[in-house]
Design a protein around this ligand. Structure first.
Ligand code: CDP
Length: 244
């Protein structure tokens, strides 16, 4: 929340944002289920200018063995940005930020996955961010849910994710990169619409308690939009013409 470009108009007098969207409008979202031949399940998402590929492997044997659990399966998540995914080349070695995002995505997915159905095994989720433009953790989490479903992993629900935030003293849906850098708050939310449960909620910035409640409500509504697109991606692959 730096106020990097003080001259940029984040919200004009007609309530239109810097990329032409209304306050409650998400960026363009496209999800494709499947696509990776060597993975057990996969998904590709475009969320605005974010482009992210997810491959799921398992349930499979755990190596090293001491990490396995006799009572339940384990979920392992690696979020990784390719070096050319951002303007300034990113070092391919895992950064602190990537380790944190891997952890929060894993914890956001765990309530959805029926890990107790496959004890002693692991499900691995590999996330490759090909192009980043703000909100990659939400886009990656949404794609990871579709990839897990595509792999046939038993799930209680899919996690849909979208951020809300505060820009020019206004609560908006789906904060883009410019808004994230110059805006006042960013709240990524992961939500299971069928179970009505939030599995991810982070907040960068400062909000009043009223704004906080509004952000949660706006973010959850955004997740419901994403959820419909996730379901459509799976329907297209398994019941439509999009199969491969
Ligand atoms: O991507 P997300 O909003 O979930 O996480 P963030 O840590 O708030 O990062 C916001 C954005 O900063 C990313 O989506 C990238 O567009 C950008 N970024 C970057 O330009 N260079 C990096 N090394 C990391 C992030």
């Amino acid at each position: 929340m730096g106020g990097r470009d003080a001259t940029m108009v984040l919200l004009d007098e007609n309530g239109i944002r810097c990329d032409g969207r209304k306050v409650d409008e998400p960026r363009r979202i496209m999800i494709k289920a499947g696509g990776l031949k060597n993975a057990d399940g996969s998904a590709y998402i475009e969320f605005g200018d974010n482009k992210i590929l997810v491959g799921v492997f398992g349930p499979r044997d755990v190596h090293p063995k001491h990490m396995s659990n006799t009572d339940t399966g384990i979920l392992r998540v690696r979020y990784h940005m390719v070096p050319f995914s951002v303007g300034e080349r990113k070092n391919p070695a895992p950064s602190r930020r990537e380790i944190e995002i891997s952890k929060v995505i894993k914890e956001a997915l765990e309530p959805a996955v029926m890990l107790d159905k496959f004890p002693r095994t692991a499900v691995d989720v590999f996330i490759e961010v090909l192009q980043a433009d703000g909100g990659t953790r939400c886009a990656a989490l949404s794609a990871a849910s579709v990839a897990l479903a595509d792999a046939g992993i038993p799930m209680r629900d899919m996690v849909a994710a979208c951020a809300a935030g505060k820009v020019a003293d206004t609560v908006v849906l789906d904060v883009n990169n410019e808004e994230d850098q110059a805006g006042q708050a960013d709240m990524p939310i992961g939500y299971m619409p069928n179970l009505e449960k939030i599995t991810l909620l982070q907040l960068d910035g400062v909000l009043t308690s009223e704004e906080y409640k509004k952000c949660v409500q706006v973010g959850v509504d955004g997740c419901k939009i994403v959820y419909d697109i996730q379901k459509k991606a799976l329907q297209d692959k398994y019941f439509g013409n999009g199969g491969d």
